[in-house]
Design a protein. Structure first.
Length: 283
Protein backbone atom coordinates (compact mmCIF):
# COMPACT_ATOMS: atom_id res chain seq x y z
CA UNK A 1 0.00 0.00 0.00
CA UNK A 2 1.18 3.41 -0.82
CA UNK A 3 1.21 6.33 1.65
CA UNK A 4 -1.47 8.87 1.34
CA UNK A 5 -0.71 12.19 -0.32
CA UNK A 6 -0.01 14.93 2.09
CA UNK A 7 -2.65 17.74 2.41
CA UNK A 8 -5.21 15.51 0.80
CA UNK A 9 -8.25 15.11 2.78
CA UNK A 10 -9.29 11.85 3.93
CA UNK A 11 -12.29 10.35 2.31
CA UNK A 12 -13.37 8.84 5.53
CA UNK A 13 -16.23 10.89 6.99
CA UNK A 14 -15.85 12.00 10.52
CA UNK A 15 -17.79 10.27 13.12
CA UNK A 16 -21.20 11.81 13.73
CA UNK A 17 -21.93 13.13 17.09
CA UNK A 18 -24.82 11.63 18.76
CA UNK A 19 -28.01 13.71 18.23
CA UNK A 20 -30.23 14.48 21.10
CA UNK A 21 -33.85 14.94 20.43
CA UNK A 22 -35.27 18.32 21.65
CA UNK A 23 -38.32 18.27 23.67
CA UNK A 24 -41.35 18.92 21.53
CA UNK A 25 -42.56 21.98 23.55
CA UNK A 26 -39.23 23.88 23.64
CA UNK A 27 -38.51 26.97 21.41
CA UNK A 28 -35.42 27.14 19.38
CA UNK A 29 -33.12 29.70 21.01
CA UNK A 30 -31.45 32.32 18.84
CA UNK A 31 -28.09 33.73 19.57
CA UNK A 32 -28.18 37.18 21.43
CA UNK A 33 -28.08 40.36 19.34
CA UNK A 34 -25.26 42.65 20.12
CA UNK A 35 -25.00 46.34 19.02
CA UNK A 36 -21.75 47.06 17.46
CA UNK A 37 -20.00 49.84 19.35
CA UNK A 38 -19.83 53.24 17.67
CA UNK A 39 -16.44 54.25 16.80
CA UNK A 40 -15.25 57.29 18.79
CA UNK A 41 -15.95 60.59 17.03
CA UNK A 42 -13.34 63.02 16.13
CA UNK A 43 -13.13 66.08 18.50
CA UNK A 44 -13.88 68.45 15.63
CA UNK A 45 -17.17 66.71 14.94
CA UNK A 46 -18.20 67.15 18.62
CA UNK A 47 -17.54 70.93 18.54
CA UNK A 48 -19.56 71.34 15.35
CA UNK A 49 -22.55 69.51 16.84
CA UNK A 50 -22.53 71.61 20.02
CA UNK A 51 -22.20 74.81 18.04
CA UNK A 52 -25.14 73.91 15.81
CA UNK A 53 -27.25 73.07 18.86
CA UNK A 54 -26.34 76.39 20.53
CA UNK A 55 -27.15 78.37 17.39
CA UNK A 56 -30.51 76.62 17.09
CA UNK A 57 -31.38 77.46 20.67
CA UNK A 58 -30.34 81.08 20.17
CA UNK A 59 -32.38 81.35 16.99
CA UNK A 60 -35.40 79.83 18.67
CA UNK A 61 -34.97 82.18 21.62
CA UNK A 62 -34.73 85.18 19.29
CA UNK A 63 -37.83 84.08 17.38
CA UNK A 64 -39.74 83.66 20.63
CA UNK A 65 -38.61 87.11 21.82
CA UNK A 66 -39.72 88.67 18.53
CA UNK A 67 -43.05 86.90 18.79
CA UNK A 68 -43.40 88.10 22.41
CA UNK A 69 -42.59 91.68 21.42
CA UNK A 70 -45.12 91.52 18.58
CA UNK A 71 -47.74 90.09 20.89
CA UNK A 72 -46.95 92.76 23.50
CA UNK A 73 -47.24 95.48 20.86
CA UNK A 74 -50.53 94.08 19.62
CA UNK A 75 -51.83 93.84 23.18
CA UNK A 76 -50.70 97.40 23.90
CA UNK A 77 -52.37 98.71 20.75
CA UNK A 78 -55.53 96.81 21.60
CA UNK A 79 -55.47 98.17 25.16
CA UNK A 80 -54.96 101.73 23.93
CA UNK A 81 -57.78 101.36 21.43
CA UNK A 82 -60.01 99.88 24.10
CA UNK A 83 -59.14 102.74 26.49
CA UNK A 84 -59.86 105.28 23.73
CA UNK A 85 -63.15 103.55 22.98
CA UNK A 86 -64.10 103.65 26.67
CA UNK A 87 -63.22 107.35 26.91
CA UNK A 88 -65.15 108.10 23.74
CA UNK A 89 -68.14 106.17 25.06
CA UNK A 90 -67.92 107.94 28.41
CA UNK A 91 -67.75 111.33 26.67
CA UNK A 92 -70.79 110.51 24.57
CA UNK A 93 -72.60 109.26 27.66
CA UNK A 94 -71.66 112.41 29.60
CA UNK A 95 -72.80 114.63 26.75
CA UNK A 96 -76.01 112.66 26.49
CA UNK A 97 -76.57 112.97 30.23
CA UNK A 98 -75.84 116.71 30.11
CA UNK A 99 -78.24 117.09 27.21
CA UNK A 100 -80.86 115.05 29.02
CA UNK A 101 -80.34 117.10 32.18
CA UNK A 102 -80.74 120.34 30.23
CA UNK A 103 -83.80 119.01 28.48
CA UNK A 104 -85.22 117.82 31.78
CA UNK A 105 -84.53 121.20 33.40
CA UNK A 106 -86.17 122.98 30.48
CA UNK A 107 -89.16 120.67 30.71
CA UNK A 108 -89.40 121.23 34.46
CA UNK A 109 -89.11 124.99 33.98
CA UNK A 110 -91.88 124.90 31.39
CA UNK A 111 -94.02 122.76 33.67
CA UNK A 112 -93.32 125.08 36.60
CA UNK A 113 -94.18 128.09 34.44
CA UNK A 114 -97.43 126.39 33.43
CA UNK A 115 -98.19 125.57 37.07
CA UNK A 116 -97.43 129.16 38.08
CA UNK A 117 -99.57 130.50 35.27
CA UNK A 118 -102.39 128.15 36.21
CA UNK A 119 -102.10 129.10 39.87
CA UNK A 120 -101.99 132.80 39.00
CA UNK A 121 -105.07 132.31 36.85
CA UNK A 122 -106.84 130.50 39.70
CA UNK A 123 -105.88 133.25 42.16
CA UNK A 124 -106.96 135.92 39.72
CA UNK A 125 -110.23 134.13 39.08
CA UNK A 126 -110.77 133.75 42.81
CA UNK A 127 -110.01 137.41 43.39
CA UNK A 128 -112.23 138.43 40.52
CA UNK A 129 -115.00 136.20 41.81
CA UNK A 130 -114.54 137.68 45.26
CA UNK A 131 -114.72 141.19 43.88
CA UNK A 132 -117.82 140.40 41.90
CA UNK A 133 -119.60 138.47 44.65
CA UNK A 134 -118.41 140.32 47.76
CA UNK A 135 -120.70 142.63 49.76
CA UNK A 136 -120.27 146.38 49.25
CA UNK A 137 -121.56 148.59 52.05
CA UNK A 138 -121.71 152.27 51.09
CA UNK A 139 -123.77 155.30 51.92
CA UNK A 140 -126.88 156.37 50.06
CA UNK A 141 -128.03 159.79 48.87
CA UNK A 142 -129.98 160.25 52.09
CA UNK A 143 -126.70 160.82 53.93
CA UNK A 144 -126.46 164.24 52.25
CA UNK A 145 -129.10 165.70 54.56
CA UNK A 146 -127.83 168.37 56.92
CA UNK A 147 -127.45 167.77 60.70
CA UNK A 148 -130.13 169.12 62.99
CA UNK A 149 -130.59 170.17 66.62
CA UNK A 150 -132.34 167.64 68.80
CA UNK A 151 -133.97 168.55 72.11
CA UNK A 152 -133.62 165.68 74.51
CA UNK A 153 -136.36 165.63 77.17
CA UNK A 154 -134.00 163.74 79.45
CA UNK A 155 -131.63 166.73 79.52
CA UNK A 156 -133.77 169.87 80.06
CA UNK A 157 -132.14 173.10 78.90
CA UNK A 158 -129.64 171.27 76.69
CA UNK A 159 -129.71 170.07 73.11
CA UNK A 160 -127.65 167.74 70.91
CA UNK A 161 -126.55 167.96 67.29
CA UNK A 162 -127.65 164.83 65.46
CA UNK A 163 -126.77 163.64 61.98
CA UNK A 164 -128.55 160.73 60.34
CA UNK A 165 -126.70 158.67 57.76
CA UNK A 166 -127.78 155.73 55.62
CA UNK A 167 -126.08 152.86 53.88
CA UNK A 168 -127.03 149.91 51.67
CA UNK A 169 -125.42 146.71 50.48
CA UNK A 170 -124.61 147.14 46.79
CA UNK A 171 -122.90 143.75 46.55
CA UNK A 172 -124.12 140.31 45.51
CA UNK A 173 -123.67 138.55 48.85
CA UNK A 174 -124.75 139.39 52.39
CA UNK A 175 -122.54 141.37 54.77
CA UNK A 176 -122.19 139.72 58.17
CA UNK A 177 -120.72 140.73 61.54
CA UNK A 178 -121.23 144.44 60.86
CA UNK A 179 -119.52 146.76 63.35
CA UNK A 180 -119.96 150.57 63.10
CA UNK A 181 -117.51 153.01 64.68
CA UNK A 182 -119.19 156.49 64.63
CA UNK A 183 -117.49 159.80 65.42
CA UNK A 184 -118.32 163.53 65.23
CA UNK A 185 -116.19 166.67 64.99
CA UNK A 186 -117.59 170.11 65.82
CA UNK A 187 -114.53 171.91 64.45
CA UNK A 188 -114.44 170.73 60.88
CA UNK A 189 -112.18 167.74 60.11
CA UNK A 190 -109.75 168.36 62.93
CA UNK A 191 -110.73 166.47 66.06
CA UNK A 192 -113.23 163.61 66.12
CA UNK A 193 -114.97 162.33 69.24
CA UNK A 194 -117.02 159.15 69.61
CA UNK A 195 -120.73 159.47 69.06
CA UNK A 196 -122.42 160.31 72.35
CA UNK A 197 -124.11 157.36 73.95
CA UNK A 198 -122.35 154.74 71.83
CA UNK A 199 -122.41 151.32 73.44
CA UNK A 200 -125.01 152.68 75.89
CA UNK A 201 -122.57 154.91 77.74
CA UNK A 202 -122.42 158.70 77.73
CA UNK A 203 -119.31 159.68 75.79
CA UNK A 204 -118.29 156.07 75.30
CA UNK A 205 -116.67 154.96 72.06
CA UNK A 206 -119.34 153.82 69.66
CA UNK A 207 -118.99 150.21 68.53
CA UNK A 208 -122.53 149.59 67.48
CA UNK A 209 -123.41 146.16 66.17
CA UNK A 210 -125.43 146.36 63.00
CA UNK A 211 -125.99 142.63 62.45
CA UNK A 212 -126.20 141.50 58.80
CA UNK A 213 -127.21 143.22 55.60
CA UNK A 214 -128.35 141.11 52.61
CA UNK A 215 -127.89 142.47 49.07
CA UNK A 216 -130.00 145.61 48.53
CA UNK A 217 -130.75 146.01 52.22
CA UNK A 218 -130.70 149.62 53.43
CA UNK A 219 -129.96 150.65 56.99
CA UNK A 220 -128.44 153.50 58.90
CA UNK A 221 -127.83 155.14 62.24
CA UNK A 222 -127.47 158.52 63.92
CA UNK A 223 -124.34 160.24 65.15
CA UNK A 224 -124.92 162.40 68.24
CA UNK A 225 -122.91 165.15 69.87
CA UNK A 226 -122.59 165.61 73.59
CA UNK A 227 -125.37 167.67 75.25
CA UNK A 228 -124.79 171.44 74.99
CA UNK A 229 -126.63 174.76 75.15
CA UNK A 230 -128.80 175.75 72.24
CA UNK A 231 -126.67 178.84 71.48
CA UNK A 232 -123.54 176.73 71.27
CA UNK A 233 -125.20 174.24 68.95
CA UNK A 234 -126.40 177.01 66.62
CA UNK A 235 -122.90 178.55 66.59
CA UNK A 236 -121.37 175.23 65.56
CA UNK A 237 -123.86 174.66 62.76
CA UNK A 238 -123.27 178.16 61.36
CA UNK A 239 -119.48 178.21 61.78
CA UNK A 240 -117.27 178.46 58.65
CA UNK A 241 -115.35 175.30 59.67
CA UNK A 242 -118.60 173.35 59.91
CA UNK A 243 -119.37 170.03 61.55
CA UNK A 244 -118.30 166.57 60.32
CA UNK A 245 -119.11 162.94 60.94
CA UNK A 246 -116.95 159.87 60.26
CA UNK A 247 -118.27 156.32 60.24
CA UNK A 248 -116.06 153.25 59.87
CA UNK A 249 -117.93 150.05 59.05
CA UNK A 250 -116.28 146.63 59.17
CA UNK A 251 -118.06 143.51 57.90
CA UNK A 252 -117.42 140.01 56.57
CA UNK A 253 -118.51 137.96 53.61
CA UNK A 254 -119.63 134.32 53.71
CA UNK A 255 -116.02 133.07 53.73
CA UNK A 256 -115.06 135.25 56.69
CA UNK A 257 -113.01 137.79 54.72
CA UNK A 258 -113.09 141.16 56.46
CA UNK A 259 -113.87 144.37 54.56
CA UNK A 260 -114.05 147.98 55.63
CA UNK A 261 -115.97 151.02 54.43
CA UNK A 262 -115.42 154.55 55.66
CA UNK A 263 -117.94 157.40 55.28
CA UNK A 264 -117.01 161.00 56.06
CA UNK A 265 -119.22 164.05 55.50
CA UNK A 266 -118.90 167.72 56.43
CA UNK A 267 -121.62 170.38 56.66
CA UNK A 268 -120.68 174.10 56.60
CA UNK A 269 -122.59 177.30 57.18
CA UNK A 270 -123.21 177.79 53.48
CA UNK A 271 -125.65 174.91 53.64
CA UNK A 272 -123.76 172.44 51.48
CA UNK A 273 -122.90 168.92 52.54
CA UNK A 274 -119.71 167.61 50.96
CA UNK A 275 -117.40 164.68 51.39
CA UNK A 276 -114.29 165.01 53.54
CA UNK A 277 -110.85 165.24 51.98
CA UNK A 278 -109.89 162.00 53.73
CA UNK A 279 -111.52 158.95 55.28
CA UNK A 280 -113.71 157.99 52.30
CA UNK A 281 -112.95 154.51 50.98
CA UNK A 282 -114.19 150.98 50.46
CA UNK A 283 -111.63 148.27 51.20
Amino acid sequence: MSDPTPNQPSSTPPPESPKTSAPPDSVTQLPPVTTPPNPPQHPDNLDTTNQNSHEWRENAKFVLQVIGIVLLFVYTVFTVLQWAQIRWTNRLTREALIGSDKALNQTLEKMQAQVNATWASIVQSHQQFGKEQRPYLAETNRSTERPTIFTNPNTPGQVQIVWDWNMTNYGKSPANQIVMDQEMSTVGEVIFFPSYGGSGKAGGKAHDIGGSAPPGYESGDTVLSAPMQTEEASKILNSPSGIAIRVRITYQDLSGTVYETSICRISKNIGAVTICKKSNYIH
